[in-house]
Design a protein around this ligand. Structure first.
Ligand code: SF4
Length: 426
């Protein structure tokens, strides 16, 4: 029987830049069951990575989570929080946005862990790989032994309260103890690093890209997290190593039953790894469901476009069908109230000038679509004329990647607000 682990309602993350408010994640909903591998797929700049960072609480200024709830099913945490913040608890679920920042931080590593896309920039070049993994192990051990930690009741077997008090007051060389070093070597072995004892003493530059990605997975596993968020874990790797890293994640998931949230722009990775998938566009999930729903019974024209741009190695050779246009600027004053995909959509109709709600698609409980085509047929007589959005697009419209938001968008021209041409319906 499935058990719901994460329930995200209306999550919104904004970046406040000199050019205006960037709606990187907008009213985002998601359900993930324990043990699921859930994939989020979309083009670069659709808000996937910011979503992952919002869940793990890694949003930094000028970004801010402005709205929404992140309900996490963790009975121990619910017991610990219930008395002080009853409004943050619903049965065994806790709303992570309503607990203290310190408590939320303490869940990093033990409840939520993250693998980043570029392992080379994620390791400290001046420390050995073993030291850095051992440090993560040690942090988790100390958190477990802390009597105020909600994990103390479940994960304190090796690190006693006495050790915690001692290690809290005595200076410790780089946080590494013999026990944590041994655990780091075990983790390196678990992720398939050959000669882990020797390799633990090497620095990141002595590892290949694939080995370093494995080492990062080892580091992420140090706290035995409930949820592993993998943000484009294979993007920086060549194809053979990509396959090895995906195999490794697959094996670890089967062995541990860990829940994985996999962020990728690659539908092949989704098809290979995931049970369920959400297609993301302009900060929203526009279609979600099982693999079959999204690959075989999709409704949203953007999903159709993504699938149409995958090479078919079995069919006849032919040109790939790219999706015309670019992902929109996510600047609030340019997004308007229309469907965000309308200016690229071959089926855009007058009805699409209102932002569509999420509809249940026919045939599956789990299949939902943010598109009017889930509720009505395409009607050519009501089609939006060609060029309509060219007239409404502001001069110098360029996409703002939220990852670069602290540097401000690369817009040279001052922006003018989105307005309907002539104030009339087309
Ligand atoms: S709501 Fe309209 S414009 Fe948006 S994807 Fe659906 S058909 Fe296209």
């Amino acid at each position: 029987m499935t058990e719901e682990l994460l329930r995200i309602n209306g999550l919104s993350t904004r970046f406040f830049t000199e050019q205006g408010q960037v709606n990187a994640v907008d009213n985002f909903d998601l359900r993930i069951d324990r043990g699921d591998v859930f994939g989020i797929v979309g083009e670069s700049g659709s808000g996937k990575s910011v979503t992952a960072r919002s869940i793990v609480d890694l949003i930094e200024s000028p970004g801010e989570i402005t709205d929404g709830e992140i309900w996490y099913n963790e009975p121990d945490l619910a017991d610990a929080v219930r008395e002080d913040r009853p409004e943050a608890v619903d049965g065994t679920f806790v709303d992570l946005r309503r607990i203290s920042p310190e408590r939320r931080r303490s869940l990093r590593g033990t409840s939520f862990s993250m693998i980043f896309q570029d392992p080379e920039s994620s390791f400290n070049p001046s420390l050995t790989v073993g030291e850095q993994i051992a440090e993560a192990v040690e942090v988790q051990r100390r958190a477990s032994a802390n009597p105020r930690s909600t994990r103390a009741r479940t994960r304190s077997e090796e690190y006693s309260l006495g050790s915690f008090v001692l290690s809290s007051f005595l200076p410790s060389k780089r946080y590494v103890t013999e026990a944590s070093r041994e655990r780091a070597i075990e983790l390196l072995e678990l992720v398939g690093i050959p000669d882990p004892v020797e390799r633990a003493d090497e620095h990141p530059h002595e590892y290949s890209g694939g080995m370093l990605q494995r080492a990062m997975i080892a580091q992420a596993l140090a706290g035995e997290p409930d949820v592993l968020v993998a943000d484009e874990p294979t993007t920086a790797l060549d194809v053979t190593i990509q396959a090895q890293v995906l195999d490794l994640l697959d094996e670890l998931q089967s062995e541990t039953g860990m829940t994985i949230l996999l962020i990728t722009h690659n539908l092949g990775v989704i098809a290979r790894m995931c049970d369920r998938v959400g297609v993301m566009y302009a900060g929203e999930i526009v279609e979600r469901g099982t693999l079959e729903d999204v690959f075989d019974d999709h409704v949203h024209p953007y999903t159709e476009g993504l699938l149409g741009s995958i090479p078919d190695i079995e069919g006849e050779a032919g040109r790939l069908q790219p999706i015309d246009g670019n992902v929109p600027s996510l600047l609030d004053h340019e997004m308007g109230d229309r469907c965000h995909f309308a200016d690229r959509c071959p089926n855009a109709m007058e009805d699409c000038l209102e932002h569509p709600p999420e509809y249940d698609a026919e045939g599956s409980n789990d299949h939902a679509v943010r598109c009017v085509l889930a509720a009505q047929e395409y009607d050519e007589r009501r089609a939006i004329p060609d060029g309509y959005f060219d007239e409404t697009r502001p001069a110098g419209d360029k996409h703002v990647d939220p990852e670069d938001a602290d540097e401000g968008p690369t817009v040279d021209e001052p922006q003018r607000p989105l307005e309907e041409p002539g104030g009339e319906s087309p």
